[in-house]
Design a protein around this ligand. Structure first.
Ligand code: SF4
Length: 46
């Protein structure tokens, strides 16, 4: 998962992944292909 984001905005703390909003540019890579990156579609766009 950490290699998905071109900005390095996806970080893992213990067993939980989160998105650093200061680094995220909203490119959509993780969201648009989340069926591949996240099988339970836990990435939400707000
Ligand atoms: S939208 Fe793009 S920049 Fe933001 S976390 Fe996803 S892959 Fe990274």
């Amino acid at each position: 998962m950490s290699g998905v984001c071109p900005e390095g905005a996806i970080v893992q703390i213990n067993k939980v992944f989160s998105i650093d909003q200061d680094k995220c540019t909203g490119c959509g890579t993780c969201f648009n292909r989340q069926e591949y990156f996240c099988p339970v579609r836990a990435i939400v766009k707000v």
